[in-house]
Design a protein around this ligand. Structure first.
Ligand SMILES: *Cc1c(COP(=O)(O)O)cnc(C)c1O
Length: 412
């Protein structure tokens, strides 16, 4: 492709679409078709022989069969995400959970073991502990903030170490932003469990503020519903990594049948054109809002990576692994659920809703909402208290956001 000499940032704007293939349209059309015509029976035969993804990336456009397997809008979106992630290939799905479950099932079978960080996104936690186990896949958990020694002991001493097929990490973890050191896990994996694939849920910082592949991960996973989609108007998911691993993931995706549709993929490729602008403004706003919250007498504690003090034991890791504080804040008000609810009910500009990474500011109460299915003890152990509020900061005018939070905090 003639774009190769330009940076990933530029290639993610218009790459992956060739105007001459579509009446010189600057934007890709939506290829709303379920199937593709073969010019000859011999061509159909050849396409089927290559259907498993053996076709070189640049030739995929010319060898399309059926939209569940692949389609032009997926090719455009996947090219752009691969650029942003520094990956060889990417795959889009109809939800983040589809990306996560399909990737786990691509590498783990009955009798295999997954080791995961904690806490995990609620849906992932439920998939591994309640659904993957029904298929005979076992799991073991690293404690929140586990040290290198603790992770080493968990991997070295596990009776099923030779069956360890996946190390699943989520960093920063939702909602309290605890970090996991990907490089540290990579070194232990190479020494103790070389057959395990390291997958990192990069939803909270990616694709721009954290590049797990550069730190030793094998696969990035996303809820593309969040920053990648960025407008709270689609549910989607993604995986990215080497061509070899993505081939396995795409084979599983074709059979489970959860490939992102042409329209979802089209929205995603449109969204990736503005992802840099959106994420940078969101992070700038978040930094200012976090500073305001940290200084407010009605706020008991503020959790924002961009305000982590140098004395914090995770500071060096944060500086090495992330290049921004991101747009996610959590904070505790004085009091409990009643005070938190008064604040939430008084907001005027920010919306009371789960999800994150969108243009509008979203505020929620993890204890009774996104984390309510966790045991009480687990919630408290992970810092999810009744007074904790989670904020995904949008791109509104920051003075307006502060004004809104200020009037709502007065009610607590
Ligand atoms: C939202 C989310 C998911 C699940 O994604 P869906 O698109 O809702 O299926 C997974 N991981 C994290 C960290 C999330 O925030």
């Amino acid at each position: 492709m003639k774009h190769e000499k330009y940076s990933a940032e530029s290639r993610a704007i218009s790459g992956g679409h060739d105007p001459s293939s579509a009446y010189n349209s600057i934007k890709p059309p939506i290829y709303q078709t379920s199937t593709f015509k073969f010019n000859t029976a011999e061509e159909g035969k050849a396409f089927f022989m290559n259907a498993s993804g053996d076709i070189p990336l640049e030739e995929r456009n010319a060898s399309l069969i059926y939209t569940r397997l692949n389609h032009p809008n997926a090719i455009t979106a996947e090219y752009r995400l691969a650029q942003l992630d520094g990956a060889e290939d990417a795959a889009f799905f109809e939800s983040g959970m589809a990306a996560i479950s399909t990737t786990i099932l691509s590498f783990c079978q009955a009798g295999d073991l997954i080791v995961m960080s904690s806490p995990l996104y609620g849906g992932t936690d439920t998939f591994i502990k309640k659904h993957a186990v029904q298929m005979g896949i076992e799991w073991a958990e690293m404690e929140r903030g586990a040290t290198q020694k603790e992770v080493e002991q968990l991997l070295a001493n596990h009776p099923k170490r030779d069956k360890l097929k996946m190390i699943y990490l989520e960093t920063p973890a939702n909602p309290t932003l605890t970090l996991v050191d990907i490089e540290m896990v990579r070194k232990l994996r190479d020494r103790l469990a070389p057959n395990a694939v390291i997958a990192v849920d990069n939803t909270y910082m990616g694709p721009l503020f954290q590049q797990p592949l550069a730190h030793g991960a094998d696969i990035n996973l996303y809820s593309a519903t969040k920053y990648i989609g960025g407008h709270s108007d689609i549910i989607a998911g993604a995986a990215s990594g080497s061509e070899k691993l993505m081939k396995l993931v795409k084979q599983k995706r074709a059979i489970l049948g959860n490939t992102a549709s042409p329209f979802t993929s089209w929205l995603l490729s449109r969204s990736m054109e503005t992802i840099g602008l959106r994420m940078e403004k969101q992070a700038r706003n978040a930094h200012k809002l976090a500073e305001y919250l940290a200084a407010h007498p009605k706020v008991k504690a503020t959790y924002y990576l961009g305000l982590m003090p140098e004395s914090d034991p995770q500071y060096a890791l944060f500086k090495r692994q992330n290049n921004s504080g991101g747009a996610m804040i959590a904070f505790e008000v004085h009091g409990g659920e009643a005070e938190a609810f008064r604040f939430l009910n008084a907001l005027e500009l920010a919306h009371l809703a789960i999800s994150l990474g969108s243009t509008e500011t979203l505020v929620s109460h993890p204890y009774t909402m996104s984390s309510s299915n966790m045991d009480e003890a687990d919630r408290l152990k992970n810092g999810i208290t009744p007074s904790l509020i989670r904020v995904s900061v949008g791109i509104e005018n920051i003075d307006d956001l502060v004004k809104d939070f200020d009037q709502a905090l007065r009610t607590t």
